[in-house]
Design a protein around this ligand. Structure first.
Ligand code: FES
Length: 295
């Protein structure tokens, strides 16, 4: 009991315990598989991940329910605002649906520890939505006092879920680009990489450049280079397969299937939403491949 009280006093300790809660793994694996199957059938995965936005869609989408529910709670403190509160709660419940769908899509392609925290984060969000829906039902049937109490419960659940969402994003790195440090680790200017004739034709290989690893692909006399560390969660892109998207040659990450255009690192398919860093290349007269970070 004392241990539980201590944990609750330090929320990060609770979040870290959830990270290590292997008891969640069976439910997590089953739900993630179901979500991935639904995404494959729907064809809407890229939209839910936020690929057209260039960043995960879930964080901006949750602003609507949270904002509506917090506003309704404030209005509840003022007289004559019951209709406005009801409208805000209803809008929040409706807005929670796309927010949850986007969150589930991202969650289904995370690492095990991230998925454990994400599962509790999602359960908190579901609890918040259920309590707000119950609050709305109470209010429309004239039980305003009960409705206000349920709203407070819903906001509390949403706040707990929000804390875990922060832990997921900022401590466990879910949603952030894992290739962002490349811009700071790549030495400026042109750098010798290897002899062009040592590169196999048409097969990506990994080559070191200072602290970085690059995916390097030669096709005939053309050489392309990208950061090897996948922007989604750091998977080894050189182990991925090559694929075509229209006229463009792409590489598909072996971990979760993010697909990047080789020429410029653009995201063709998620779950990654951030562009993969690309390097300019040239072959010197002596046949050496040189690279430089593309700015
Ligand atoms: S690490 Fe997830 S798609 Fe590359």
């Amino acid at each position: 009991m004392r241990r539980l009280r201590g944990t609750l006093r330090r929320p990060v300790a609770l979040a870290e315990r959830i990270e290590n809660a292997s008891v969640l793994d069976r439910a997590t694996a089953a739900l993630a598989e179901a979500v991935r199957g639904a995404l494959r059938r729907s064809g809407g995965a890229d939209l839910l991940h936020g690929v057209p936005l260039g960043q995960p869609a879930h964080p901006p989408l949750v602003q609507l329910p949270i904002g509506c529910w917090a506003s309704a709670a404030l209005l509840d403190l003022m007289p004559g605002t019951s209709r406005a509160s009801r409208a805000l709660i209803a809008a929040g419940v409706a807005g929670a649906v796309p927010a949850a769908a986007a969150g589930l899509a991202d969650w289904s392609e995370l690492h095990r520890e991230q998925q454990r925290v994400g599962l509790v984060h999602a359960a908190s969000g579901a609890m918040a939505t259920a309590l707000q829906a119950a609050s709305l039902a109470a209010r429309v049937t004239g039980r305003d006092r009960r409705g206000k109490l349920l709203s407070i419960g819903g906001l509390t659940a949403a706040a707990a879920g929000g804390y875990l969402g922060g832990h997921l994003a900022f401590r466990l790195g879910a949603g952030a680009s894992h290739a962002e440090p490349v811009a700071h680790l790549a030495p400026l200017g042109w750098h010798d990489l290897c002899r062009a004739r040592d590169l196999p034709d048409g097969r990506p290989v990994r080559l070191p450049l200072g602290y970085l690893n690059l995916l390097v692909l030669r096709r005939g006399t053309e050489v392309r280079a990208l950061a090897d560390h996948c922007a989604h969660l750091g998977g080894p892109l050189h182990q991925g397969r090559l694929a075509s998207s229209g006229p463009d040659l792409c590489v598909v990450c072996p971990w979760h299937g993010s697909t990047f255009r080789i020429a410029d690192g653009a995201v063709v398919h998620g779950p990654a939403t951030a562009r993969q860093p690309v390097f300019d290349t040239r072959i010197t007269e002596s046949g050496r491949v040189q690279v430089k970070p593309r700015t």
